[in-house]
Design a protein. Structure first.
Lengths: 94, 299
């Protein structure tokens, strides 16, 4: 169970509505696992979910906006990774 | 410390209404929030600036003091008291001289923003994970050929870390729980270390493979022979085939760079031969080359 955190507990800690996490789930932004009637999110996803909470509650970005940003940030990540690989390759010819 | 014009920071007029301040802050926060600008220290700094500006200008009391005392607004109460006691108007500048450290820019107070404590909506009783910290570690290629332990300091804390062999330039690793402290017993954040690896060696690295160009003298290239070649961690003897051309490449399997997190596994070393033409020839050598040339043109 170490890799799961109950959504109820998570929502209490962050003072957010359960419905918000459900909405993220509906948009495919967070995975919810149900074990014996309790709903959980995976620990590895917490950082992303916290980021989405900040976007929503601090920056007033709606779920559609969060979805778009989430995909763009993933794209930025992979482009940065690719850039680093290419820069390292380029060093060979300098 | 230079005076920071909070109105300028929020890109608003000095007469801006509360609503205009809120809107300006939201607009800039959406642009500069660290979540939307990962690894961008400039955005992070600007975000701290707009937060500080917003904190002051969105609070009517603080704004009033700021408008009246400018950079010394935090000491407004002291000024008022001093004014009453001394009836003096020169106190503000004196005070600024005496307390240079009190005007440290963007304070402590906003440090917690990045751990998720920001936003008035959430309760102060909530537990929050500490902020994630990121740092850059500068190493030389030689330093990452073998796993080794290194101690370094982040935010005043010494951290002893095993640097795995084969780590890449630009690679980021996460050290769980070594970030900022949590709030209200919340868990620590994580520490992200990005490696910046310079290369002072003659070897070029591409992933796990190493590349090196070595000089080959004319006679060995033509007649063949044996040469000693440097690898990253030693020397090997190579047999050169007769009539080896310049630009010929050979691969030494397993003599490249260690593969990250795969102990005992290595990439390959690619050697390119570069033919070295002899210089400062003696008369005898010139004569022999001339003879060879004649022989070649007759053949």
């Amino acid at each position: 169970m170490d890799k799961f955190i109950s959504i109820e507990q998570f929502c209490i800690h962050h003072n957010v509505d359960f419905a918000f996490i459900e909405s993220l789930n509906q948009y495919g932004l967070v995975e919810i696992t149900t074990i014996e009637d309790t709903r959980y999110i995976i620990v590895e996803q917490i950082k992303d979910v916290e980021k989405m909470i900040r976007m929503h509650y601090e920056l007033d970005i709606n779920i559609e906006g969060i979805e778009a940003i989430y995909h763009l940030l993933n794209k930025v990540d992979s482009l940065q990774e690719e850039l680093t690989i290419l820069k390292n390759k380029l060093n060979r010819y300098e | 410390m230079d005076f920071i014009d909070y109105y300028k920071v929020l890109e608003i007029d000095k007469n801006a209404s509360e609503d205009e301040i809120k809107k300006a802050y939201r607009k800039l926060a959406r642009k500069l929030h660290p979540d939307l600008n990962p690894n961008d220290n400039n955005a992070k700094k600007k975000f701290q600036e707009i937060n500080e500006a917003n904190e002051v200008l969105s609070d009517p009391e603080k704004r009033k003091k700021y408008d009246k005392y400018g950079k010394d607004w935090k000491h407004a109460d002291e000024f008022e008291k001093a004014k009453q006691q001394q009836g003096s108007s020169g106190f503000a500048s004196d005070n600024a001289q005496r307390n240079p450290n009190q005007q440290e820019d963007f304070s402590d107070f906003f440090e917690s923003m990045f751990g998720g404590t920001a936003g008035g909506r959430r309760s102060s009783q909530s537990k929050f994970r500490g902020q994630d910290l990121s740092t850059e570690l500068h190493l030389d290629l030689k330093d990452v050929f073998q796993s080794h332990k290194q101690t370094f300091t982040v935010n005043g804390k010494a951290i002893r870390l095993t640097i795995p062999a084969g780590v890449e330039n630009g690679q980021t690793i996460k050290i769980t729980g070594h970030g900022g402290e949590g709030v209200n017993d919340g868990p620590h954040g994580d520490l992200y270390i990005t490696f910046s690896i310079s290369n002072s060696t003659k070897f070029k690295r591409d992933g796990n493979n190493l590349y090196v160009t070595i000089d080959l003298n004319l006679y060995t290239a033509i007649l063949g022979g044996e040469i000693m070649v440097d690898t990253f961690d030693g020397k090997v003897k190579l047999t050169i085939k007769p009539e080896t051309q310049t630009g010929t490449k050979v691969k030494l399997k397993g003599k490249g760079f260690p593969i990250y997190k795969k102990e005992g596994e290595y990439g390959d070393l690619y050697i390119t031969y570069q033919l070295k033409i002899p210089v400062n020839l003696t008369e005898k050598e010139k004569e022999l080359f001339t003879q060879l040339s004649i022989l070649n043109s007759n053949g």
